[in-house]
Design a protein around this ligand. Structure first.
Ligand code: GDP
Length: 561
């Protein structure tokens, strides 16, 4: 058998496990058929998955993720709800940041995931864990539906998780909840008042109004979902966060989905096993057991699991260990096969008479969640004609190493909500690297789609007219913030589009509404001159910010293709 395997190019020793496909091939060589048996793991875990007994099902708290555009008040809302936990119940207590917390209201308990935004939601879903029962979409009443609002809607839709809308910042003078309701209706979130089925709550995290109504609405939505669990079973659920604690070893925050978790029980969690030595709740208190729908920290695992990993409690420690060993072996085999496949691809590319077209990308984005989302959409695209390979991705702005990587590997750089410095732009030009910027995933995917169809050469949609640096700030009554700026490159022109960039990340995309040299209003200011400028509807300008003045130009041929 080893010889046959070797002749097939599979180098293994007698102690090594081979995957099903390889086993199938080698068996065929000997004229045998093979059949897939359930793995030990399946047998052990399934053995305790007894039939669902409807009489034993109890309602469990809903698990809620808060999403929405940056600065619309996700963190503020989470904080204010957390604070209410302390005032209602545990006097003098301080909640611990363990990744999730639950609050008790007169009508029921709700568990909130403590990391707002898409990042946690998407990365867990990416790992196959559907933890969230409901998404609370936060939209600022004085702003509107923004790119990340739309992304949050799309994430929720893709995950098939119901959305409840919290219109925040109702205390602000410019609050216009009707506008938000109208805009969201365009994205299939139709309010109950309009004949739809989406619950809208009007809140202010600052003035602390509407919070109880929001919690009530969440529970109302939960009732519709009929979230039930059997507390009598062995516990199972998912990891939300994990870390290595210098004193206590691996610590994982888990969310119990089914059953009751108890001290002393054997557990398998991802690749690791162990025995529950300590259970700590979100108030930092040691507890002996925990029911479905609640988050806790556990101590006692042999290694640090990953967020999104599943855990199960087992009857015996031996079984737990066995499963963990089996999984570790499987994951090693997977790593090995990954490596050899990459080499194979290279081989094909070099040997094939016909050149295999491949699109290599480097993706830099402001938040990790965007990368995950782009990744997912690209994986779907990759099934078409051309292979898409993301050779590197990361959060933060585009830097020198990205450009050199792109140059050596002939990759395209994609900046999502980030912009590089002038120095990097020059390097890009010199190295003749293709670099594109987006702030909406749809546009990015669409461009790549077009590119795949004919691998059309680079099409630039925007032209940067000039770049300025903010050197001083003046706040003028009735006028807002004026940025005393120095033009580093090109020129800035009144009425044109501008972007405010801080540490490489786009903070706002707006219009240059006023431009002055000394006391005079001017139309434009050119390189090496100073000016005072202000941005339409945006005052959060800081010294050191970069202002980019740009034009967008439609290049017709590419669209006609
Ligand atoms: P996140 O980025 O969505 O987590 O937003 P934050 O919670 O950090 O809030 C962004 C800014 O909006 C902060 O300066 C908050 O103080 C402010 N903010 C949040 N909620 C409210 C509110 O209800 N009313 C007002 N006026 N400001 C708010």
């Amino acid at each position: 058998m080893l010889q046959k395997l070797m002749s097939m190019g599979v180098m293994v020793t007698i102690n090594q496990t081979i995957d099903f496909d390889t086993a199938f091939l080698v068996a065929t060589e000997f004229d045998y058929e093979i059949e897939k048996a359930s793995s030990e793991e399946d047998i052990l875990i399934k053995a305790q998955e007894k039939k669902i007994d409807p009489n034993k099902l109890r309602t469990r708290p809903p698990v809620v993720t808060i999403m929405g555009h940056v600065d619309h008040g996700k963190t503020s809302l989470l904080d204010i709800i957390r604070k209410s936990k302390i005032t209602t119940g545990e006097a003098g207590g301080i909640t611990q940041h363990i990744g999730a917390y639950s609050v008790e209201t007169p009508n029921g308990i709700i568990t909130f995931l403590d990391t707002p935004g898409h990042a946690a939601f998407t990365s867990m879903r990416y790992r196959g864990a559907q933890i969230t029962d409901m998404v609370v979409l936060v939209v600022a009443a004085d702003d509107g539906v923004m790119p990340q609002t739309i992304e949050a809607i799309n994430h929720s839709k893709a995950a098939n998780v119901p959305v409840l809308v919290a219109i925040n910042k109702m205390d602000k003078p410019g609050a216009d909840p009707d506008k938000i309701i109208r805009e969201l209706a365009d994205h299939d979130l139709v309010s109950e008042d309009w004949g739809g089925d989406v619950i809208f709550a009007k809140v202010s995290a600052k003035a602390e109004t509407g919070i109880n109504e929001l919690l009530e609405s969440i529970l109302l939505q939960a009732e519709v979902l009929e979230l039930k669990a059997n507390p009598e079973k062995f516990a199972s659920g998912h990891v939300i966060e994990s870390r290595l604690d210098s004193g206590r070893g691996p610590v994982a925050t888990i969310l119990v989905r089914q059953g009751t978790l108890k001290i002393g029980q054997p557990i398998v969690c991802g690749l690791h096993s162990g025995k529950i030595r300590m259970i700590i709740d979100d108030m930092g208190k040691n507890v002996n057991n925990i029911k479905p729908g609640f988050p806790v920290e556990i101590v006692g695992l042999t290694g640090v699991p990953e967020a999104g990993d599943e855990f199960v409690i087992l009857a015996s420690e031996k079984n737990a260990k066995q499963i963990s060993e089996h999984r570790t072996q499987k994951s090693r085999a997977k790593e090995l096969s990954k490596k050899s496949r990459a080499n194979l691809e290279k081989l094909f590319a070099n040997m094939g008479a016909e050149q295999i077209e491949e699109l290599k990308l480097i993706i830099k984005a402001d938040v990790h969640g965007s990368i995950e989302a782009i990744n997912e959409s690209l994986i779907k695209l990759a099934k078409e004609k051309v292979d898409i390979k993301i050779i590197h991705s990361g959060t933060g702005t585009i830097n020198e190493s990205d450009v050199s990587l792109a140059a050596v590997s002939n990759a395209i750089i994609i900046g999502f909500n980030v912009r590089p410095s002038l120095k990097i732009r020059e390097m890009v030009k010199k190295e003749n690297v293709d670099m594109r910027f987006y702030d909406i995933i749809y546009n990015l995917i669409n461009d790549i789609k077009i590119a795949i169809k004919g691998l059309i050469p680079a099409v630039f949609h925007e032209i940067i007219i000039g770049t300025a640096e903010v050197r001083d700030i003046f706040v003028v009554p009735n006028k807002g913030t004026i940025a005393g700026s120095f033009i580093l490159d090109g020129k800035v022109t009144r009425g044109e589009k501008i972007r405010l960039i801080r540490n490489g990340v786009i903070k706002c995309d707006s219009i240059l509404i006023s431009l002055r040299r000394f006391k005079d209003d001017v139309k434009e200011v050119t390189q090496n001159y100073e000016c005072g400028l202000s941005i339409q509807k945006y005052n959060d300008i800081k010294i050191g910010d970069i202002i980019e003045c740009y034009k967008t130009e439609e290049i017709k041929e590419s669209i006609m293709e």
